[in-house]
Design a protein. Structure first.
Length: 462
């Protein structure tokens, strides 16, 4: 029986453990903070739960055009409010409940659990440091899935009260009056959108020309217009040099000398891998210049028998990718059929309002000639269901190869785009043509109808 030791209980770790035990391995999972890892306890689950509350307030606050009134007054932003302490208590409880559910599932499957900090201790050995001392586990295969943590700036020390990382925001008991978000990537944009929806004044500091510099430019433009309409102040081409706390205020000093004053500051400037103290150098496991574990498309590291998955690899920092890396690692090492990770088939989502979902080749890659593709973009404002729901923001965009008409990518900007993009993901994954995508029935009226319509417009008569 193959002995597998998984270090880290996030999506990459627990999904790998389930696959390994399903395929006959003896599996031990080592986790320091709690099963589910940061994805469940401090990142994906709690942040999207916060976004869900914000979405309700935003939707109601913008529903006056539908004839919605509250106590006889037209619905408007600011009429409703939240008890942030109650919201955060629910979020923490929800995250813990999800962690418990995953733990129960692992135990029911026969996975052995160890609470502690794991590290490589030589060939075929993993040391586990816990309150009761150190234990050494024998392993034929090791999977490292230790995740990542918030990146900090030199002169921006979080205090967990007014100066916060994205792991610390759920300790707040009152809604920030004026929140300064440093960083306009996915995390920064999501929290800016969420806290504005909850009722905070929000200032978003962006080092680039626009919000979401890594996403589709048309999608980012839609979000910027929504931000402007809702009162989010975006400062482009600005960088934070220092963040200090003075009493109940925070002061964010920009590199140009300008000082922003707010009640709270949220740092969202990226992540660094949790690879310190893992024994990588001593074991010979290669890392890149940022400390991420180097892996190939089946999650192998530079040392036979040692695999890695998730944010500690820096491949694409999504829970879904971490989970797939972990599964692939176990399928590979246990001799099962496996398809190497293909990032072209990964769908991702930005949980702003509206959401932004993407899959496959991007508009930039099409424009730069990386793929010979054609695109159709349809605004949602022409969609009957969107009109019914009062949706003004958003669009669908579909790319297909110029010759074969195979769908190679797409973008959806809409409420719940994370659900709508699955049809495009299936098309990209299965190499469907635009005609095949168009021929599948959609409900009328529905937002998904716009995906089929875009595909129909990509048809070329024979």
């Amino acid at each position: 029986m193959t002995r597998v030791v998984v270090v880290g209980g996030g999506p990459g770790g627990y999904e790998a453990a389930l696959v390994a035990v399903q395929n006959g391995a003896e599996v031990t999972l080592v986790e320091r903070d709690g099963v589910g890892g940061s994805a469940v306890l401090t990142d994906c689950v709690p942040s999207k739960a916060l976004v869900a509350v914000s979405d309700v307030l935003t939707e109601v606050g913008e529903s006056s055009s539908l004839g919605v009134t509250i106590d006889g007054r037209p619905a408007a932003a600011g009429i409703l409010s939240v008890d942030l302490a109650a919201v955060d208590d629910r979020i923490v409880e929800l995250a813990q409940s999800q962690s418990t559910d995953i733990r129960d599932r692992l135990m029911a499957a026969g996975v052995g659990l160890r609470q502690g900090t794991g590290r490589l201790a030589g060939p075929g050995r993993v040391a586990v440091l816990a309150d009761g001392g150190e234990e050494t586990l024998a392993a034929d295969v090791v999977l490292l899935a230790t995740g990542a943590r918030p990146r900090l700036l030199p002169d921006c020390e979080p205090d967990g009260e007014r100066i916060l990382t994205w792991e610390q925001v759920y300790r707040l008991r009152e809604l920030p009056d004026r929140l300064i978000v440093v960083g306009s990537g996915v995390t920064g944009a999501e929290f800016a959108s969420a806290y504005r929806g909850l009722g905070s004044e929000v200032v978003l500091v962006s080092s680039r020309d626009r919000v979401l510099p890594g996403e589709d430019a048309d999608a980012a433009a839609v979000l910027e217009r929504a931000f402007a309409r809702r009162g989010v102040e975006v400062l482009p081409r600005s960088r934070a040099a220092a963040v200090t706390r003075v009493g109940d205020e925070v002061r964010v000093t920009l590199t140009d000398g300008h000082v922003l004053v707010g009640s709270h500051c949220l740092l969202a400037v990226g992540s660094v891998p949790n690879t310190d103290g893992l024994g990588l150098a001593e074991t010979g496991v290669a890392t890149d210049d940022r400390g991420f574990v180097v892996v190939d498309r089946v999650s192998r590291t530079s040392i036979p028998g040692i695999y890695a998955a998730g944010d500690c690899t820096g491949v694409l920092m999504l829970a879904s990718v971490a989970a797939m890396q972990g599964r692939i690692a176990m399928w590979h090492t246990l001799g099962q059929a496996v398809q190497p990770l293909d990032l072209r088939k990964v769908s991702s989502n930005v949980f702003t309002e509206p959401e932004i979902a993407t899959v496959g080749f991007s508009q930039t890659e099409v424009d730069e000639g990386d793929v010979n593709a054609e695109a159709v973009m349809l605004p949602l404002r022409t969609n009957a269901r969107a009109k019914m729901q009062g949706i003004d923001d958003g669009f669908v965009k579909v790319f297909c190869r110029a010759g074969t008409r195979i769908v190679v990518g797409g973008v959806v900007v809409a409420p719940h785009a994370s659900e709508l993009v699955h049809a495009l993901t299936l098309a990209v994954d299965q190499n469907l043509t635009a005609d095949q995508l168009a021929s599948a029935f959609t409900v009328y009226p529905s937002l998904s109808g716009s995906l089929a319509e875009a595909a129909r417009q990509l048809h070329v008569p024979m």
